[in-house]
Design a protein around this ligand. Sequence first.
Ligand SMILES: Cc1ncc(COP(=O)(O)O)c(C=O)c1O
Length: 385
Amino acid sequence: MDNKKLKAIEQFIRATFNTKQPIGLHEPKFVGREKEYLNQCIDSTFVSYVGEFVGKLEQSLSQFTGAKYVVATANGTLALHLALLVAGVEAGDEVLTQGLSFVATANSIAYCKANIVFLDVDKETFGLSYAVLKDFLEKNAEVRNGICYNKSTKNKIKACIPVHVFGHPVSEIDKMVKLCSEFKIKLIEDAAESLGSFYKNKHTGTFGDLATLSFNGNKIVTTGGGGAVLTNDQQMYEKAKHLSTTAKVPHRWEFFHDQIGYNYRMPNVNAAVGLAQMECLPLFLKNKRELSEKYATFFRDLGICFFTEKKDARSNYWLNSLILEDKSERDQVLTYLNDLGIMCRPIWQPLYTLPAFKEAKLGSSLGNIAWLADRVVNIPSSVRI
Ligand SMILES: Cc1ncc(COP(=O)(O)O)c(C=O)c1O
């Protein structure tokens, strides 16, 4: 890329964010009732696992997404682990997921001591490819007595985790639900990045058996640290809530825990921030979509590929992405902008190249992942308020 173009990008981003200071990739904004709710929470003394804000946040998430049940958790990684436990994933089972995601997706499977099978993504969405998943299952899976087995490894295939990357809905997620149901596999959507994103007018995270969100400080809505499990299934909801609260059987004073549980619940103090953030979500979404439109026009005129939402999708544009010509151009842009205090990041290193997952099975060719890993650059995407 020539220097004139690089300079134009720098100047456009600076003008868009209207600052000479360093510009972050995605900064949190606290413009609502965060401090008011935090004060209420502290005054109440209920800062941990009892208190009104956790329930209120869960209700607000349920209302916004349309998911019937929500369990707020301490972060999105634990939400994924909890969802896998609820899905019945055990040591030695196989879990299918995309080879391109934040490491937490794969880590949560490893926490269950399950075997990961990495599959390729769709170049158009960054999400798991329906065609690749279908091909893998048709060639490798069989259902016996209501249980899905991998014909060659003889392991049970228990779950599949597609990821709505950078807020862009996985394409054909509705068909994926049907396919997984036919193969008796639980579908868990990793919707950590896609609060406010819809596919065919239905909120991401409400298609599968279970879904997870993240409210980390860099997400569209933050609780400092936090996450949630979404489901429409009452039994799964009850299991998630029970496991996340140390598997304690409710009683006025007795401490009886009926299995090994987890302390995964979101504290009230975090939920207080989250409730205020949820009230701002419509404003954040509008603001972020305006930014992505501005970027789209600018990069079109510059002849650079700006990644946009695809058919049937309405993205929250959590992170705005460029697709550059090759790895050397990618590195050139990353170096130039980061040197000037404009934070830009590549997409993740493919998970199967990380030391912890080098032994994991590759269930398909991973050509699209390798292609994207060489070309994607995320550019500043914060709400501008
Ligand atoms: C795709 C994806 N999955 C899972 C997570 C884990 O969430 P957390 O950081 O809240 O543990 C994140 C984000 O951080 C993510 O981006």
